[in-house]
Design a protein around this ligand. Structure first.
Ligand code: TYD
Ligand code: MG
Length: 456
């Protein structure tokens, strides 16, 4: 075997490079590459495979007589849905998010809820002392939940404890504070985080324990981000929110046991995280009088419809290359639509600053948002307000044609429920019911511009 030399690892995505550079080629992160000592694995992997004989592994057929694993619901409906319909036994879950966003609060509430439903639950904090966690539990009204609490960072001690306790669920808060003594690297480094996650996930799988790993998203520096363990777990959830907003969104970005891109919506209150059962009403609640630059998009997040307001502001620019400030939408998509408006519809945005935003801090990444986005831009540019009872959805192609999108029925039903009475959507969209709505099906963006804003 070749002699291992030091390598350079990206703390964001875990990519390994031969030499240091300021920017990671794999994920584009700046200042995220750190030097790591050669990985000194002290297991059988480091021994030559030539001599020692391995154990023959058990093989099975694909067919199974077993029923699907019984899932446990914790009763926080938003959390259960994002998991794909409750907790699967022996599953490994990663919950990532910015520091201070509310991960510890969310998981303390969830673990207490599971414990009250009869699961044996352990909460291991590597960041806070037990007294601190107990104080938070008291504040959240969870002091009587039968959760066993531990404050520890030594992985070997944690695994020994888990082996003895055999809980149904353990929360590790956070994976970056865990320290595995078989790896010679500082806690929080890529090798430590990987080794600790690997040990915990392997333990979970072999002993039938579900494990939740908390991971802080790191902006820069020596601490490994949660992305380096994403591939080891079954389910990856990110807890997001805009600074200054009370809303928090728990988003599934990977799930072996349910639909990815499912979201759960919460509100951070003085008494912890409250579930938001009707996110559309919440995201639209700040809508005032009809104003130019506002369009309501009937979207789908995971399995459920969510209505959001897309807001645009267009103003003359004093800059040589005007601003394109986009919050909550894909900025590449915005550029594409600006280009389509310019070259297919003859509506230039050169010399104009463009600001786009999704009200409420939700990220809208569906291509179905294209038409609503274009509508908000046009409405802002032409200074014409759209009808307040109108919802819009549809994808825009590079030729400016409108493409039908999935789940039109669901989108329209949600809009109807919230009092909207007209919708603009692509021609060819299959809609059966929705009698209560006036539907306008349009073939392309040019027709849309003519319809809404005169000839442009
Ligand atoms: P925390 O769960 O500690 O965040 P994380 O684990 O992601 O770092 O939550 C931190 C913030 O949440 C903190 O600034 C205070 C706020 N908070 C509330 O507003 N209400 C509450 O009931 C609790 C427990 C926290
Ligand atoms: Mg925390």
């Amino acid at each position: 075997m070749a002699k291992a030399s030091a390598s350079f690892t990206c703390t964001e995505c875990g990519a390994v490079h031969r030499k240091w550079s300021g920017r990671c080629d794999a994920c584009g992160a700046w200042n995220a590459i750190v030097e790591e000592a050669p990985l000194s694995v002290s297991g059988p992997a480091s021994k030559s495979l030539g001599g020692a004989k391995g154990r023959r592994i058990d093989l099975t057929t694909l067919a199974t007589e077993e029923a699907p694993p019984p899932r446990t619901l914790c009763g926080m409906a938003e959390f259960d849905r994002v998991l794909g319909g409750g907790l699967v036994p022996a599953s490994a879950i990663l919950v990532g998010g910015d520091p201070g966003i509310g991960k510890s609060t969310l998981l303390l509430q969830a673990v207490a809820a599971f414990a009250r439903r009869g699961l044996k639950c352990l909460y291991i904090s590597g960041e806070e002392a037990s007294a601190q966690v107990r104080m938070r539990a008291a504040r959240l009204g969870l002091a009587d939940a039968p959760v066993q609490l531990g404050a520890e960072t030594n992985l070997r001690d944690i695994l020994t404890t888990l082996e003895a306790e055999r809980p149904d669920l353990v929360v590790i808060d956070s994976i970056q504070t865990m320290w595995a003594d078989m790896v010679e690297a500082a806690p929080g480094s890529v090798s430590q985080v990987r080794a600790a996650a690997h040990e915990l996930v392997t333990f979970a799988k072999s002993r039938g324990v579900s494990v939740v790993l908390v991971g802080h998203v790191t902006k820069e520096g020596q601490i490994a981000g949660p992305r380096v363990v994403e591939h080891m777990v079954d389910t990856v959830l990110y807890f997001e929110g805009e600074r200054g907003h009370q809303f928090r969104i728990l988003r599934a970005v990977k799930n072996r046991f349910g639909p990815a891109s499912e979201i759960g919506v919460f509100e951070m209150t003085g008494g912890g995280l409250a579930e938001v059962a009707n996110p559309s009403a919440l995201f639209l609640s700040e809508r005032g009088q009809p104003a130019p630059g506002s369009a309501v998009f009937a979207g789908i997040e995971g399995t459920r419809p969510v209505l959001t307001e897309i807001q645009a502001l267009v103003a003359p620019s004093s800059l040589a290359s005007p601003r394109r400030t986009v919050v909550g939408l894909d900025s590449g998509r915005v550029s594409t639509i600006l280009a389509v408006l310019e070259s297919r519809c003859g509506i230039p945005f050169a010399g104009l600053d463009v600001f786009l935003n999704v009200a409420g801090g939700l990220k809208v990444l569906e291509p179905a948002a294209d038409l609503a986005l274009a509508a908000a831009l046009l409405s802002a540019r032409e200074d014409v307000a759209l009808p307040p009872d109108l919802v819009i959805f549809g994808e825009i192609s590079l030729s400016a044609a409108l493409r039908p999108v999935g789940q039109a029925e669901n989108r329209l039903k949600e809009a109807e429920k919230l009092g909207f009475s007209q919708a603009i959507l692509p021609v060819g969209t299959k809609v059966e019911g929705s009698a209560g709505m006036a539907l306008r099906k349009l073939p392309d963006l040019v027709t849309f511009v003519g319809d809404m804003f005169g000839a442009g």
